[in-house]
Design a protein around this ligand. Structure first.
Ligand SMILES: CC(C)(COP(=O)(O)OP(=O)(O)OC[C@H]1O[C@@H](n2cnc3c(N)ncnc32)[C@H](O)[C@@H]1OP(=O)(O)O)[C@@H](O)C(=O)NCCC(=O)NCCS
Length: 154
């Protein structure tokens, strides 16, 4: 698949007008999607909610929570048609740059061990595994899946 040139990627704040699109994508991209309310609450709470643009068209979204000198990457998603082209990688790079500018010293996130694409992107950018939360996520077969907790020094 063709890699997307990094200079075609843009980022802008997510607004309430974007939420219908974001929720529709979220349902396609996640087995256990965030609800509309989760996104609206994130915006209302002032989380860093971002829309990723490719040539000006929405191609992904992310939510980050800033706490003093830490950020928590709560959601990063790239639309299906644009996956596997380096877009997630470019998006993460931009989000981490923004976090640095906000004064963050480290970033934390949780990821399913089965989410190989996400793990690959996080490791590529220097995130290291620092622990596991047992049975953190629901999973399709009714069992629970652990979360790998990862940290990046910014
Ligand atoms: C995780 C996600 C953001 C990555 O975005 P992306 O644009 O596909 O990322 P990139 O193209 O930069 O890199 C993905 C890498 O994983 C690889 N990959 C994709 N699917 C894979 C799989 N099933 N197993 C192993 N590697 C896989 C790709 O080949 C690529 O590696 P490469 O650059 O060495 O070829 C995207 O897959 C996504 O939105 N997934 C659904 C939502 C999600 O799980 N978000 C993260 C948790 S909130």
């Amino acid at each position: 698949m063709t890699a997307i040139a990094s200079d075609t990627l843009g980022i802008r704040p997510m607004t309430e007008d974007d939420v219908d699109w974001v929720v529709a994508q979220e349902r396609l991209l996640h087995d256990f999607p965030w609800t509309r309310g989760n996104f609206i609450d994130s915006l209302a709470a002032g989380y860093a909610a971002r829309l990723l643009l490719i040539d000006g068209k929405p191609a992904g979204y992310a939510i980050m929570l800033s706490v003093i000198d830490e950020v928590h990457l709560l959601n990063i998603s790239v639309i299906q048609d644009r996956q596997g082209q380096g877009v997630g990688s470019g998006f993460l790079l931009r989000l981490m740059n923004e976090a640095r500018h906000l004064g963050a010293r480290q970033c934390f996130l949780e990821v399913r061990p089965s989410n190989e694409a996400a793990l690959k992107v996080y490791k590529r950018h220097g995130f290291a595994s620092i622990g596991r939360r047992k049975g953190y996520y629901p999973s399709q077969n009714g069992a629970r899946e652990d979360a790998i907790v990862m940290r990046l020094d910014l």
